[in-house]
Ligand binder design. Sequence first.
Ligand code: AMP
Length: 492
Amino acid sequence: MAVPTFASLSLDAALMQAIKELGFTRPTPIQTDSIPPAREGRDVLACAQTGSGKTAAFLLPILHRMLAGKAGATRALIVVPTRELCLQVLETAQALSVHTSLTSAAIYGGVGMGPQEHAFRTKVDLMVATPGRLLDHMSKSYASLAGVQHLVLDEADRMLDMGFLPDIKRILSHIPAKKQVLLFSATMPNAIVQLSKELLKDAAQINLERKSAPAAGITQALYPVAQDLKPALFVKLLERGDMKEALVFTRTKHRANRLFELLEKHGVAAARIHGNRSQSARVAALDGFKNGSIRVLVATDVAARGIDVADLGHVVNFDVPAQPEDYIHRVGRTGRAEATGDAFTFVSPEEEADVRAIEKAVGRRLPRVTLPDFDYTTKTAQVFEVPIAERIKEIRARKAADRQRSAEKAARKAGNAAPAVRGSSSSSGSSSGAARRPAAPARPAGAARPAADGAGAARPPAGDGSGPRRSRGGSGRSGGGGRSGGGSPYAD
Ligand code: AMP
């Protein structure tokens, strides 16, 4: 069979120019299969993971069709589960449409509504959106999706996992019934098959038979190890030079924080992203990882959706993912367009059952690896995970100390304001009285609202003026971003 080329896909010359500039020499399999039917206007149901080139697979045919059509309304809507993915898809859309007059914007939570309102008012051609924030806008008079002709649900399985199905149905009620629908999903659970039956008509079905196989080229291995020794094993793998850089997944935000602290202690350039981190912190962490200044990026699964780091060598599952689909999602990240990578999974005895489910899903037994120069019998004195009861106790103590401090401050102030009783009141009565009734409840250290500084750092990767810009405040409701963070069922 002839090797597929971009030339054979008959795309607009402006898009071909961008493809060339991006250094894409030939289409990936998902692009070869999806672009022709989608370019003809057909619906597509595709099983594709991050790293397969799926984003260009749905963007290119849509951009091609929009170039042939008439501007004047938002004609393409791409719905994604997380802010990170939202920004990445926008970045790809802007890179691919750089030689055209098509405009695009990202709509996601955790940042101000204003610049996004502008995107609606100026009727950008293409919108990438998280469901919650999009619906926030749809309740306003300026927002309309009545001109949408192309709808993409990207990482549809994840959106369903995150409970977005009712939101997706509400979004659909704002879009014309007659439209092209492209549904991309890393896995094809029954809920997706059901949704596709409701949404798609005569769809081209791509890769469905490969629904549970991680991308080719990935070397997967299991590292059986006691729970307590996981941190030491990870440090050992870094020290041995087995991993130049790594994206590491932990089960909870707390474990992500603890691993991050441990790595810092060992002098490893590390960063973390999870639902409690502000948008600016997440963007900074991702940027650092991409430009190589960060060697290890620690992430919880939800926060890490959509991470795309070119040439990423290693994914480490510090904890075994509870769902086989999560394993495939994460591991899929290393098999990106042609590159090969390794996926290591640390397995404690209590996680063996989850591993068996994963092996069943990928259809083979994964190799077990033992490091010859690592002491698997050593007892560690360090507690990695602080029990939740202790963490709560610590937070309570901190809050009490904060209250005490503000009470004392209030008492001092009161003493200054009433010089007649100064001296006697400041040392006795008022201090304890104010401690019972502090002027305002003190916020514990580190409990600053993520939306506040998150809003400040949001920026479209290549601004056309319509995407989110620097703004203060954030929305009252956290929208898509909020859901992918603290409220998520995956977060601790
Ligand atoms: P995605 O699966 O969309 O997240 O894409 C994964 C990575 O592959 C991104 O860094 C893309 O820029 C890159 N990519 C997409 N298509 C191609 C292609 N045809 N050739 C080389 N790289 C590609």
